[in-house]
Write a new protein. Structure first.
Length: 152
């Protein structure tokens, strides 16, 4: 009789960390912009809501860009140095289209590593091309309170 033992599929010594999904801000509670929205309206929202920026979504909630305070500062340069009219400018004229994102299955530690390597303060969380939330440095710090110290 042949007997093949069933080995453990997972390494019992491997650390398992929570995913960011539990700690991310969800789309329902987020401020977002539309590409065809007035840039001046977006700036008013950034100032009044005291946020540093927000994702830009198309009509299907797909992430198409991100608009930050820094992106908005380009308006000053366009007006002052380049003498460009910005009265009719849209969010799409100033948003960053190279948006970095995480899937919701990203672990807290993986996210922390990315935050350490980047000046970005918040990342979009995207599933199947659609924005489902965002995660910030502060969210990861909150999550770190649940990481248990390891005994060697």
């Amino acid at each position: 009789m042949n007997f093949t033992p069933e080995f453990e599929k997972e390494n019992p010594h491997e650390m398992k960390y929570e995913t960011i999904e539990k700690y991310m801000g969800v789309l329902d509670n987020m401020i977002t912009f539309k590409p065809d929205q007035s840039i001046h309206e977006a700036i008013d929202i950034i100032i009044s809501k005291q946020i540093s920026g927000a994702p830009v979504l198309d009509e299907h909630h797909h992430l198409v860009g991100n608009l930050s305070e820094k992106d908005c500062l380009r308006i000053i340069v366009d007006q002052a140095y380049h003498n460009l009219p910005v009265a009719l400018s849209k969010v799409s004229d100033y948003m960053n289209v190279n948006v970095l994102s995480f899937p919701p299955t990203t672990t807290v530690v993986e996210a922390a590593v990315e935050f350490l390597k980047s000046p970005i303060r918040r990342y979009a969380v995207v599933e199947n091309g659609a924005l489902i939330g965002q995660i910030s440095r502060r969210d990861i710090l909150r999550a770190s309170q649940n990481i248990k110290p390891t005994s060697w």
